[in-house]
Design a protein around this ligand. Structure first.
Ligand SMILES: [Zn+2]
Length: 307
């Protein structure tokens, strides 16, 4: 059911993920550009810059984890902290579908001492959860305490602790003066079990030497350029290029189910007090309106199931 009414929202983007191996298969690399989708979502939610930065970083990581999945296998990322953003949620899959939102888009904090958006303070202390739904019943759920709330470090900790894969993660977002996102994307470099200690040190240095990912994207770098720039000396071989699209699974039918789930009494109250219902999708902000007549029809459907 969930996959039947997936709708792709038309956004003109060049967003995609590439996956590569390097150092004769001992290193896995992924890089993503998600500028178009992050910009569209930031505008739809009228996000303030620190919220747009936090979401853009999370979207980039989710797109790359999604690209590690097969086909319709889904991944949901939840970052739940005690900071003013409250919660960041993003969904991705192996087909390049991507969406996300933050609980509180209107967060404003002073810049850090380095003059950067203070994503760590906006997220706060809490947990990062990664839920992989392989379509085999119970989804696999792994999580770690947040390291800094800056998101890249938190994903690196997740990969090494929860998936036993030492990883370097770089994520970056550049917000524009008009509230949009100018550049967003990221990089994940993972050491596979055959990698030696020496290779680990080399890769660590390569990632440390990388200029900011958002700066690279802002000046036109593609995901391949980012990988080349980081681990070009390790002869990367490109395995997969996955175009990304902003997709939402909301629909009128789902809203009907949600209204029916309120139960006859709550629905009665809604009809009496408001005479209508307006539902807004948390992910894409699509609005679904139900007038009195339609609510009464839903009421009748509840009655039917009772008899
Ligand atoms: Zn939606």
């Amino acid at each position: 059911m969930a996959n039947c009414n997936q709708q792709s929202i038309e956004v003109n983007t060049k967003d995609y993920v590439v996956q590569a191996t390097a150092a004769n298969g001992r290193v896995r690399a992924l890089a993503a550009v998600v500028t178009g989708i992050a910009d569209e979502i930031a505008r739809r939610h009228e996000m303030w810059p620190v919220a747009a930065a936090a979401l853009g970083r999370t979207l980039a990581a989710t797109a790359m984890i999604g690209a590690m999945q097969k086909g319709k296998e889904k991944v949901t990322v939840q970052i739940i902290g005690d900071g003013p953003l409250e919660q960041i949620t993003a969904d991705g899959d192996g087909e390049g579908n991507l969406r996300g939102y933050v609980q509180n888009p209107y967060v404003d904090l002073p810049l850090t001492e380095q003059g950067k958006l203070n994503v760590g303070a906006a997220v706060g202390k809490g947990h990062l959860w990664v839920i992989r739904d392989l379509g085999l019943g119970e989804p696999y759920r792994g999580g770690v305490p947040l390291v800094s709330g800056e998101i890249a470090e938190d994903f690196a900790s997740y990969f090494s602790q929860s998936e036993q894969t030492p990883s370097a993660v770089a994520l970056g977002v550049l917000t524009g003066p008009d509230g949009g996102v100018r550049a967003a994307g990221g990089l994940i470099i993972q050491l596979l079990p055959e990698a030696s200690e020496g290779l680990a040190v080399v890769v660590e240095q390569m990632v440390a030497d990388l200029p900011s990912v958002s700066g690279l994207i802002d000046t036109g770098s593609t995901p391949e350029d980012i990988i080349q720039r980081t681990i070009g000396d390790l002869q990367p071989k490109y395995l997969r290029m996955l175009p990304l699209r902003f997709t939402c699974t909301c629909s009128r039918e789902r809203c009907e189910s949600a209204l029916i789930a309120l139960g006859a009494e709550e629905l009665d109250k809604l009809i009496e007090e408001q005479g209508k219902a307006e539902l807004t999708c948390r992910f894409c902000r699509a609005q679904y309106l139900f007038d009195k007549e339609e609510l009464k029809n839903l009421q009748a459907r509840i009655e039917k199931t009772r008899t």
